[in-house]
Ligand binder design. Structure first.
Ligand SMILES: CC(C)(COP(=O)(O)OP(=O)(O)OC[C@H]1O[C@@H](n2cnc3c(N)ncnc32)[C@H](O)[C@@H]1OP(=O)(O)O)[C@@H](O)C(=O)NCCC(=O)NCCS
Length: 139
């Protein structure tokens, strides 16, 4: 397995089966050029098998932390350590960028994700409730 940072819309497009929906050119370009945004893709024999995305969050009294935004491994490649490896790779990148920590929100019944983050050294930092404001037709 080879983990590489995606640098072009074509790389995102080639990995779009790992996303919830198709990658749009405009959104891909925006993602790739936005400061503090990154996606790491795991390739097995050249095939995109998993991805993790991260976004740096800044605050005047806190410094910078990494939010693990999305983690996904293709069903055919699960339980081989790819999810854990991607999570650790993002944590390493966050350390290199000077982040003081990394966090992720997980559905409390997502056993695979919880086991993966535990295996990658995450601490349980408690349960929280989420609220949202839909502002357009987009998800
Ligand atoms: C969560 C997900 C990324 C895990 O990827 P993966 O490559 O299968 O995970 P790994 O093989 O690296 O497993 C890491 C650890 O979690 C455990 N694990 C993985 N899937 C599990 C499952 N379904 N049930 C219980 N434990 C599981 C593994 O046994 C391993 O533990 P170990 O290191 O002690 O052996 C994958 O299941 C997935 O893409 N799920 C759908 C998307 C999703 O839920 N993403 C997370 C959103 S927060």
């Amino acid at each position: 397995m080879d983990i590489r940072r995606a640098l072009t819309p074509a790389e995102l497009s080639a990995a779009e089966s790992l996303f919830d929906g198709p990658a749009r050119q405009e959104w891909s370009e925006r993602f790739l050029t936005a400061p503090g945004h990154l996606m790491l893709i795991a390739y097995v024999d050249g095939v995109p098998a998993g991805m993790v995305s991260g976004i740096e969050m800044n605050h005047p009294d806190k410094g910078t932390e990494m939010c693990l935004y999305e983690l996904s491994v293709d069903e055919g490649y699960r339980r081989r350590g790819i999810g854990r490896a991607l999570t650790l790779a993002l944590a390493d990148e966050a350390k290199e960028r000077g982040c003081y920590g990394m966090w992720v929100g997980v559905d409390t019944d997502n056993e695979a994700a919880l086991a993966t983050y535990d295996a990658a050294g995450a601490r349980d930092e408690g349960v929280f409730s989420m609220r949202g404001w839909p502002l357009s037709q987009q998800p």
